[in-house]
Design a protein around this ligand. Structure first.
Ligand code: NAD
Ligand code: ADE
Length: 419
């Protein structure tokens, strides 16, 4: 079996991590146990490009147990847990192509290595596999039945492809399931982003000025958790409704150039480019710590920062000091890449449980509906979203009420008003 990982000898440490994550992934495990018996993915090749973490390992094992042949590469050059990659290769015979800190060139060679298995299904986090297939490997598309996409930025890219008529196979936007973005993007990113910032810097959050750029699902979670740790939180936005929501949720809201004058920390979670750019560096307080938890490393304009710097020094793992020509120092975490995965371990298994339950059900959905699906971006049916929520509630031993027949009749009718 071919693979490319850092060191196979790390396998036993990776195995311990995989088992630890499994403890908090009861929904995925339940579905996996069912699929292990029925093997719905028998003979199906799945090329997966996801952050190579202990949680992803549990998904890969579940896909394999369901009968699939899987190959895995990283969806970010910094997010791989090398011990987990080793365990997947050694203990589960799953080919992995991922090394933490790999260059962009190696990253793309790994993407191509997983595509070399000639997938029937693609599984992306950020749409780089789909991008590669549509630009450089069009011949491989003929065999593809469909794909899945994990994150907001990937879904945005796919929707533009669909709009331009460029998308050549159907994709399920896993991100758009409620049991994904309500929990993974909000509570997962909220916690793991702070975890990354704290592990990288060991700085005190309490009493600091913490700026969150973007008040979408991830930004809401991050702002909520930063406030919970005692920070004075400022939100920046470009969408008036989101800005108003942040304001009424009790956060300060202002322009980024104003926020930067006060900020001890700035973290971007927008999915957009140059959110912290040349104009913002001009006003930024000396000593500001900047990081990004949006998908790509374009939210902080590091080229503009380098231009106004004398030099750059690595101070700790994941912390680079940019010494500016005017005497200020700005610190950048994880090279401007996803700080929660670059400097910490990504989201806790308990939220990835729901995201990855959606992933495995999305593969099943594509295979079952292969004849009906068009080259469009789909959302999983609500019934599956609700199934995942019910299974998760059950795992927490939480029961909820059921509609009575009378209640069903009442809320679906219009005749009954003021009595
Ligand atoms: P979202 O669409 O819900 O929110 C993004 C917000 O950013 C929107 O409210 C938008 O108005 C705002 N925005 C856009 N440009 C801006 C700018 N220049 N300044 C300020 N605000 C701006 O998206 P989301 O689900 O919150 O995802 C955000 C990013 O995080 C995406 O790139 C997504 O792929 C990524 N993501 C990362 C993780 C992780 O593990 N770190 C997890 C989930 C999603
Ligand atoms: N994205 C964010 N956290 C993650 C995790 N723990 N595993 C895989 N993908 C993730």
């Amino acid at each position: 079996m071919k693979y490319d990982i850092k060191d196979i000898k790390l396998a036993s440490a990776g195995e311990t991590r995989i088992k630890w994550a499994e403890l908090d992934m009861p929904v995925l495990l339940g579905i996996s146990n069912d699929f292990k018996k029925t093997k719905p993915f028998k003979g199906i090749n799945i090329s997966a490009c996801l952050h190579v973490t202990a949680e992803t390992a549990n998904l890969m094992i579940a896909l394999k147990n369901a009968g699939a042949n899987v190959a895995l590469c990283a969806s970010n050059p910094y997010s791989t847990q090398d011990d987990v990659a080793a365990a997947l290769v050694k203990n589960y015979n799953i080919p992995v192509y991922a090394i933490k800190g790999e260059s962009n060139e190696v990253y793309f060679s790994h993407l191509n290595a997983v595509l070399d298995i000639k997938p029937d299904i693609t599984m992306d986090d950020g749409a780089d596999l789909v991008g590669e297939l549509h630009t450089k490997r069009k011949n491989d598309i003929k065999k593809i039945i469909g794909g899945t996409e994990e994150t907001t930025t990937g879904v945005t890219r796919l929707k533009s492809m669909e709009k331009e008529g460029a998308l050549l196979f159907p994709i399920v936007a896993v991100n758009d399931s409620m049991t994904k973005h309500f929990f993974d993007n909000r509570y997962g990113t909220g916690q793991s982003t702070l975890d990354g910032i704290i592990r990288a810097t060991n700085k005190l959050i309490a009493g600091s000025v913490f700026v969150v750029a973007g008040y979408g699902w991830c930004g809401k979670g991050l702002a909520m958790r930063a406030r919970g740790m005692g920070a004075n939180v400022i939100v920046t936005e470009i969408d008036p409704v989101k800005a108003l929501e942040a304001f009424m949720d009790g956060f300060h809201v202002m322009k980024m150039t104003d926020a930067a004058k006060k900020a001890d920390f700035i973290c971007t979670v927008t999915g957009n480019i140059n959110v912290v750019g040349a104009d913002v560096f001009k006003t930024m307080k000396n000593g500001c710590i900047i990081s990004n938890s949006g998908h790509f490393d374009v939210e902080i304009d590091l080229v503009a920062l380098a231009k106004i710097s004398k030099n750059k020094k690595t101070l700790r793992d994941s912390v680079e000091a940019y010494n500016l020509k005017d005497g200020r120092t700005i610190f950048v975490l994880a090279g401007g890449r996803l700080v929660n995965l670059g400097s910490a371990e990504g989201h806790p298994a308990s939220v990835m449980d729901m995201s990855f339950a959606n992933q495995i059900l999305a593969v099943d959905f594509v295979l079952k509906n292969r004849k009906k699906l068009k080259n469009s971006v789909y959302v999983l049916p609500e019934v599956l979203d609700n199934k995942i929520a019910m299974l998760k509630l059950k795992s927490f031993d939480v029961s909820i009420d059921k509609l009575t027949d009378r209640q069903k009749e009442y809320i679906s009718g219009w005749q009954e008003g003021t009595k």
